[in-house]
Design a protein around this ligand. Sequence first.
Ligand SMILES: *[C@@H]1O[C@H](CO)[C@@H](O)[C@H](O)[C@H]1NC(C)=O
Ligand SMILES: *[C@@H]1O[C@H](CO)[C@@H](O)[C@H](O)[C@H]1NC(C)=O
Length: 305
Amino acid sequence: MRPQSVFALLPALAQGIRIIQSNDDGWAELYVRSFHDFLLAAGHDVVLSAPAENKSGTSSLDIEPFPRNSACQYNSCPPNSRSPIGRNDTSPRLNWVNSFPVTSMRYGIDTIGPQHWNGAAPELAVSGPNVGSNLWLSVPFSGTVGTAVYASKQAGIPAIAFSGASGGTLAWNTNPVPLRSTVYAELAGILVDKVVQAGKPYLPQDVWLNVNFPDVKEAEGKCVDVEQFKWVLSRINPAGILSGKDVSTCGADRLPTETDVVNEEDGGGCFISVSVGDSNDKTTASKEKQKVVLDKLAGLLTCLP
Ligand SMILES: *[C@@H]1O[C@H](CO)[C@@H](O)[C@H](O)[C@H]1NC(C)=O
Ligand SMILES: *[C@@H]1O[C@H](CO)[C@@H](O)[C@H](O)[C@H]1NC(C)=O
């Protein structure tokens, strides 16, 4: 039986899989914890391995973790642990690594995850939801993107980076949990479910999905319910004169940029961008790889108005 859950919506689970999870805002940030809880409630075997503190904007930096002498973010671990990695002893799926986001993903994939999975490797890597958007020009600097790129390229694990436009930092134990944190968790869970249901291989090689959620406008009652959001296939960087065609969809062979998608206000707004990223250079992947993703996400994706 599934654990009791605060989430309004739980996908009809096809199968639980082994998921490694990271972020760059820190292991004790609420967005990553809400998503973790959602994946657990949906029946996935998920393990979090994330930086001990906020390491936003650290791109693909990766150095060996070093002993920690101060408390973790929001006092989430004791000072003077003198340990390079640590965990929540009562919830050992929750782990911190005293280094950069990519390092925490690497440890999660190589060491921490397999300890939970009888030595098996993760089947999917997810990152975030990041606190704040990771669109186009910010993509190369994002640690959240860095972890997904590392997982997909260096480790060969299909990977998805999630980011939410609504900002404001929240400790893991914020009570009650603000709406934006559960909405982003549920949306990310919907995409994971869709990708898993479409079967293996979950994504083409050397590809990660860069997913950006628009603002949850609680005061206006806009984009507050997962049913109000719409998913659109996008590209990361605007096409230049030398860019090849994109996959043919929505009556064109040029995808909208992710910035265009999340800023779209017509048709009720609340559009989510899903870009197929090339893990070799953090730009938009080829139309052939876009096509694989388009087919996998059929039924979920829609067109801009
Ligand atoms: C992390 O730090 C960056 C700046 O370095 C800041 O913009 C961001 O809001 C912080 N995030 C969290 C979750 O504290
Ligand atoms: C550790 O896990 C316990 C039990 O799930 C929870 O009550 C506590 O808030 C967690 N602390 C951190 C820092 O994760």
